[in-house]
Design a protein around this ligand. Structure first.
Ligand SMILES: [Zn+2]
Length: 100
């Protein structure tokens, strides 16, 4: 079956974001995955990405900091939608700032 072709930038971003979320289990080796829609860690209960999750993601991307930032940016897109009460600036800090 052909996937529906997204017709807006926002729709395309949402499709990409869902793909990023679907890839998480593989990226994380099944450990320190986020519980959704709360976005806390299934393993240690801290806000996701917890420290072990950050280490794992950084290892997965190695020198590709831009790709890492793009990947967690995609996750941030989903988390922002699901954590509608959260401060967007704090979410940005939590998801993106550590990748620099
Ligand atoms: Zn954790």
């Amino acid at each position: 079956m052909m996937a529906e072709v997204p017709t807006t930038v926002r729709a395309a971003r949402a499709v990409q974001a869902e793909r990023s979320v679907a890839a998480l289990d593989d990226r994380m080796g099944g450990e320190h995955l986020p519980r959704r829609p709360q976005w806390d860690c299934l393993a240690c209960g801290r806000e996701w990405p917890c420290d072990p999750a950050r280490v794992r993601l950084a290892e997965a991307y190695g020198d590709s900091r831009i790709n890492l930032a793009m990947y967690v940016g995609s996750l941030l897109f989903v988390a922002t939608a699901e954590l509608s009460d959260a401060d967007p600036a704090e979410l940005h800090e939590r998801f993106i700032a550590w990748t620099r």
